[in-house]
Design a protein around this ligand. Structure first.
Ligand code: UT7
Length: 331
């Protein structure tokens, strides 16, 4: 029997309507459009500010789009995984809620918390259920409503993050297309540089934690930047080397959209020209788990069957990794 690989066969995405531009942020904190653009590449981000709407509502839109494009019903989904750190509730999981809302009555599902690497980790996990033959249709989402945990008085973090994400369908392939190789890494000692201080079991929320604004993202940007550039570049060049891929063999790099300077550094180490480096950071900012599926969503029509794609992420944890995909279809 030929080897089963997990191939992406459909893509959906969603970003909220409301735009938060750099000029809007100038009214909230001491910053300016020139600083944000030159230091990060971001011009605006999307914010989900409709009352009563949460991460699951964004994921529902994306999964429904994907099902429609593939011409299948929600009942056919075997497993649904969501990479997220901003699920609707502490429990149950956002995946449970999404399955209920879309009518995926035959699916099981769970959330996977790996901050900005959430989608990459979830893609690797979902692929294993396809490769083993256990499941035929696995939906992998990456979504975050970062505006729920961002302090809009902190210029170190509020300029970077936005809301949104996307979903992909994984199905078995026996012709050698799909996920070919992966390298996943983590180093929990990096948590001191990027974390949310309160709201977990270490420090359950109290009036004091709220007053101290500890329920928001805390980031030491410079330190995270240093680790992100080195580690994302290292893991991307490592996956190229062990798959005998030269820069000319790679069609596109899809890198986590945290900072244009980090992406440029990674691309430089891989010797990739700018036309092979996909970017949409200018319009969405850093959507945490959402960045990679949003790249798939925005650039799907570029991909041709047989294209070699390299995914790369770095995020809180620290978590990071790279996945090599041989694209499975012409859209
Ligand atoms: O998503 C996964 C994990 N996250 C990341 O990968 C993010 C990694 N870090 C970064 O992208 C960057 O560190 C930031 C964009 C967060 C910050 O950029 P930076 O070039 O590292 O700036 P900095 O923190 O070193 O600050 C440089 C200067 C400082 O002023 P002085 O001390 O040189 O006078 C800051 O006070 O810029 C000042 N500054 C700002 N000025 C205007 C910091 N934030 C701002 C701001 N607007 N928003």
């Amino acid at each position: 029997m030929s080897k089963i690989t997990a191939a992406i066969t459909a893509i959906g995405g969603f970003v909220p309507e409301t735009r938060l531009t750099n000029h809007d942020l100038e009214k909230l904190v001491d910053t300016n459009d020139e600083w944000i653009t030159s230091r990060t590449g971001i011009k605006e981000r999307r914010i989900q500010n409709e009352p009563g709407k949460a991460t699951s509502d964004m994921a529902v839109e994306a999964v429904n789009e994907l099902l429609k494009k593939r011409g299948i019903k929600a009942e056919e989904i075997d497993l649904l995984i969501i990479g997220t750190i901003t699920g609707d509730l502490v429990f149950p999981s956002c995946a449970n809620i999404v399955c209920d809302k879309i009518g995926a009555i035959n699916a099981w599902g769970f959330d996977l918390a790996a901050a900005c690497s959430g989608f990459l980790y979830a893609l690797e996990t979902g692929a294993k259920f396809i490769e083993t033959g256990k499941h035929q249709k696995v939906v992998v989402c990456g979504f975050d409503k970062m505006s729920a945990i961002i302090d809009y008085t902190d210029r170190n973090t509020c300029i970077i993050f936005g809301d949104g994400g996307g979903a992909v369908l994984l199905e078995p392939n026996t012709e050698g297309f799909g996920i070919i190789d992966s390298i996943l890494k983590s180093d929990g000692s990096g948590r001191e540089f990027l974390h949310q201080k309160a709201g977990g079991s270490l420090k359950p929320p109290t009036h004091q934690t709220i007053d101290a604004r500890e329920h928001y993202v805390y980031q030491e940007g410079k330190s995270v930047f240093k680790f992100a550039t080195t580690n994302m570049a290292d893991v991307s060049t490592e996956i190229m080397k062990r798959n005998n891929l030269k820069a000319e063999d790679i069609n596109y790099l899809l890198a986590h959209q945290a900072n244009k300077r980090i992406i440029d550094y990674t691309a430089e180490k891989m010797n990739l020209p700018s036309e092979k480096v996909l970017m949409n950071i200018e319009k969405y900012g850093n959507t945490t788990s959402g960045t990679l599926p949003l790249l798939f969503w925005d650039f799907e029509t570029k991909f041709k069957k047989g294209d070699n794609l390299i995914l790369a992420t770095f995020g809180g944890g620290f978590t990071w990794g790279s996945i090599y995909i041989k694209w499975a279809y012409n859209s």
